[in-house]
Design a protein around this ligand. Sequence first.
Ligand SMILES: [Mn+2]
Length: 290
Amino acid sequence: MMGRSEAAHPAPRCCRDEACAFTGAPGQRAAVVTYLRDDTYLPLLQQLECTLRRSNPELELALMHVPGEVSDAGIALARALNLTLLPVEPLEFRNTYETRYGRNWLKVRALGLTQYHSVLLMDSDVAVVGDLAPLFALPTDFAAVWDQSKWLNRFRTVQQRINGGVFLLRPCAAVEAHMLQLVESHPKLRFVHGTAEQDFFGWYYRYTGTTLPMHWNCQATQCLDGNLTVGGAVPRIVHYTSQKPMKGPQPGEEGHQFLCSLRELEARAGGVAPASSSSSRSGGARRKLP
Ligand SMILES: [Mn+2]
């Protein structure tokens, strides 16, 4: 996949290289940001919250959402879990490959969260297993991990694309505006027959972004060999792309040893009905979605 060339599409930047690193200086704020477009992934959001608090107890967790899309019960749960609520304007483009991808364009809104110096944008279908501080300190304005579902498939056919589940971003209003202008005016950049915003971010940062070792976004089915990655590294972030742990940890399932028990989730929700009790209708656990 080709990337954005600076000659054809010059991009604004709010920082470059070392100047992008989060140092914890006064006034610098960093957060893990996730997003929901409906209630389907609420049980997974609970897993993200529980595993993140366990591994990174000091880190802020925020939820990007479009007012009206997540139920009142879902918002109440997020509040009970002490998530920062970040209401944003909707953004979507129809996707023919997978309808749900059309709504993942909301990720572009994360560039507009300029109250933060740094955002680690994550899907809700991840568990945070290790310390995230080294990621925030990287000398880059963008970082992501190669997608493993293609190049670790059984044919080992190399398709170097990043995975959209974990993005390190430095919010920058000019970059958000630039991205919006590009996808409005260049329909091909909506990757409607591909993986939508995942391909767009890959295109945008192809020649300038940082690619990370896969233990920062370890896709459970392809990446794990027991408690380690197939490369022998300790995973920091496990991403449940093929099998969604909607019903909590299941013995023998890849990567489920990193999840919180349903008992832990119920205790954390503190009287607010845990989302897992209503999740069975979704049937999401069997669907194959990145
Ligand atoms: Mn995902």
